[in-house]
Design a binder for this molecule. Structure first.
Ligand code: SF4
Length: 149
């Protein structure tokens, strides 16, 4: 059956990650909360052989996200080593999305926005509908696999 959802996306934005790792932890401007879905922590735990509470802690009030990544003493993601993500292939959904966010306006209407605190915004390439469609499908797939208690 054809899905009835719709999403809006910014039409003239370009983005290229320069791997500065600003989004991987706190900066001088903000405290970053790397929120995690149940299936994020399960996947990471399975692949890294770490207990879930080794690298994350439970949070309330942010459903469907029910965990938050632990950070090191300098405020960086538990899995960031030498400025590189050590779980890149299995990284959380929220990291796949950054610097974009998806909001649900009800009735299956969604809208993408972005933060210009990411220095990759404005870099090439210009993003097209396929880019946002791919993100949107990743979100939908994650939601299907997530059972919110
Ligand atoms: S802040 Fe932006 S440019 Fe820097 S690592 Fe994150 S996504 Fe890439």
């Amino acid at each position: 059956m054809e899905a009835s959802w719709r999403f809006e996306y910014p039409k003239h934005v370009s983005f290229g990650c320069n791997q500065c790792s600003r989004c991987c932890g706190d900066t001088e401007y903000e405290v970053r909360h790397i929120l995690l879905l149940k299936n994020d922590v399960e996947r990471i735990s399975k692949e890294t052989l770490l207990e879930i509470n080794n690298f994350s802690e439970e949070v309330t009030g942010s459903k469907p996200y029910i965990y938050e990544m632990r950070k090191t003493q300098n405020g960086k993601c538990f899995f960031l080593k030498n400025n590189l993500c050590t779980i890149y292939k299995i990284r959380p959904l929220i990291c796949r999305f950054y610097p974009f966010q998806l909001r649900n306006f009800g009735n299956n209407n969604y809208s993408f926005s972005f933060t210009d605190r990411c220095p990759g915004i404005g870099m090439k390439p210009k993003l097209n509908e396929e880019f946002f469609e791919s993100l949107f499908h990743q979100f939908m797939n994650a939601m299907e696999r997530t059972q919110i208690p």
